[in-house]
Write a protein that binds this ligand. Structure first.
Ligand code: BG6
Length: 476
């Protein structure tokens, strides 16, 4: 039998992508609130505050803020053991640097967590999932400035204390490694509230922000364990295995080097110090990453309890392929299309075996428990004349990935805590801001222009996933 008793089957979302209520309950603006809608190949724009006439899809999202009881009842019907969401940081500290939290925001999460617990669903909570208070960008330029460490530590301590008896599983920064992708400005923005300035070395800026965040994350782990020693506090990275395109040793070397940008964060989160390849890069490039005495100790003492990661695709690299991949979102500058793999309508390579590769690699490198906190297929769903949505493509995608998880457990000996497919209810896409890029078991009636009743309905995958959970992964 593959999946352990108590395996955490569930679903994942992020506050800014489903809550809506962007100005309700005393909430301040987040970095996501100033992002316009884009589309596949049309980048989202970041505006200077909220501009009249623009379409900001996260403002209303799917109104989970007003409808969470109805939605949680549907999750319970599927048998969810856990539900991963984030706390919308500016609901708690509207500008980010207040000293007193917003009680109405805290109360919202109290009520929502109570509702989950009432149904026997364990909350799995990310502290920062692209929801940094916009005020911290305005005042400090985001994570460039280490003053933000104190703001984050205050926020983390506030919610750890408040929810210490309701939430056991936490993660610090969602997909903290996205920001190594310098091609699309939304990554530095959503991870770190950073807008680049003319002439600066972008990678150096990101390494500085990363240092501040890694210290903040380690501090949060220490603070959290002090408040409740039973807390399980993980990191969260976006993980793609990187394949060499050919057996040319140069391609293998390139793959090893390319993965450094992705694995750098896990290396520090899990081992508590900077890896040699990064220190050499800083030396080579002349990067001056500012640290304070005591930071190294915090990193060492604040290593994570588990590795949370998202898995959507693998990456393939080829020496000499600079510029061949024009895709703005995924891959490095030497990435190429993998001829063995199909891709989603949004160009994301579909690779179930890649998930097993990822599990093996992370397990062998860190020997820590792992939690797959995002995985799924963004697809266009069609409502048939009889009202059904027959999303067999989604079922096939998830089934093939769960099969690989099972093999990684039974054959390769990885320790897997749980699985929360992304966007268990349709929500606003992060990279494009679209509604039509759907991941859910539950359909939400809303289109890219923001029109629709917001009514919820079950897709075919709803009953399929219910059986998967009921049988603890035996019936796929
Ligand atoms: C991850 C994020 O990058 O992938 C989520 O953590 C995001 O916030 C998910 O929604 C899927 O990406 P997209 O662009 O299809 O919504």
């Amino acid at each position: 039998m593959g999946f352990q008793k108590g395996f955490l089957w569930g679903g994942a979302v992020a506050a800014h992508q489903l809550e809506g209520g962007f100005d309700k309950g005393g909430k301040g603006l987040s970095v996501a609130d100033v992002m316009t809608a884009g589309a596949h190949g049309v980048p989202r724009r970041i505006t200077d505050g909220i501009m009249p006439g623009e379409n900001y899809p996260n403002h209303e999202a799917i109104d989970f803020y007003g409808r969470y009881k109805e939605d949680i009842a549907l999750f319970a019907e599927m048998g969810f053991k856990c539900f991963r969401t984030s706390i919308n940081w500016p609901r708690i500290f509207p500008n980010g640097d207040e000293t007193v939290p917003n009680e109405e925001g805290l109360k919202f999460y109290d009520d929502m967590f109570d509702e989950l617990l009432k149904h026997g669903i364990e909350p799995v909570i990310t502290l920062s999932h692209f929801e940094m208070p916009y005020g911290l960008f305005k005042k400090y330029g985001g994570w460039r400035d280490r003053s933000v460490i104190d703001c984050f530590a205050r926020y983390a301590e506030t919610v750890f204390r408040r929810y210490k008896d309701k939430v056991k599983y936490w993660m610090t920064f969602n997909e903290i490694n996205n920001q190594m992708n310098l091609k699309n400005p939304i990554f530095a923005w959503t991870n770190s509230g950073i807008q680049f300035k003319e002439g600066e070395d972008r990678k150096e800026v990101i390494y500085q922000a990363a240092h501040n965040e890694l210290v903040a994350s380690a501090l949060a782990v220490k603070i959290g364990h002090g408040i409740n020693p039973d807390f399980k506090i993980g990191c969260m990275v976006s993980f793609h295995p990187v394949y060499p395109f050919t057996s040319n040793p140069e391609d293998t070397l390139l793959a090893l080097h390319t993965i450094h940008d992705r694995i750098f964060f896990t290396d520090v989160h899990c081992r508590g110090h900077y890896p040699a390849y990064a220190l050499k890069e800083w030396e080579r490039e002349g990067y001056d990453i500012k640290m304070e005495p005591g930071d190294a100790k915090i990193l060492e003492e604040g290593t994570v309890d588990y590795i949370g990661f998202s898995y959507y695709m693998s990456d393939t690299v080829k020496s000499g392929a600079e510029g061949e991949n024009k895709d703005l979102v995924t891959g490095s500058h030497v990435s190429v299309k993998n001829p063995f793999l199909q891709a989603s309508d949004w160009g994301w390579a579909i690779d179930p075996v890649g998930l097993r590769n990822a599990l093996i690699m992370l397990h062998e490198r860190y020997e820590k428990p792992m939690f797959i906190v995002e995985n799924g297929l963004g697809a266009v769903d069609v409502i048939e004349e009889d009202g059904n949505i027959n999303d067999d493509y989604r079922i096939n995608y998830l089934r093939s990935h769960i099969e690989q998880m099972e093999k990684a457990i039974t054959h390769d000996g990885v320790e897997l805590m749980g699985y929360t497919p992304w966007g268990c209810i349709d929500l606003v896409s992060f990279t494009t801001g679209e509604m039509k890029k759907r991941y859910g078991f539950i359909y939400v009636d809303k289109d890219n222009e923001g029109k629709g009743t917001l009514d919820r309905s079950k897709k075919k995958s709803f009953d399929w996933y219910k059986k998967v959970i009921e049988s603890n992964g035996e019936i796929l």
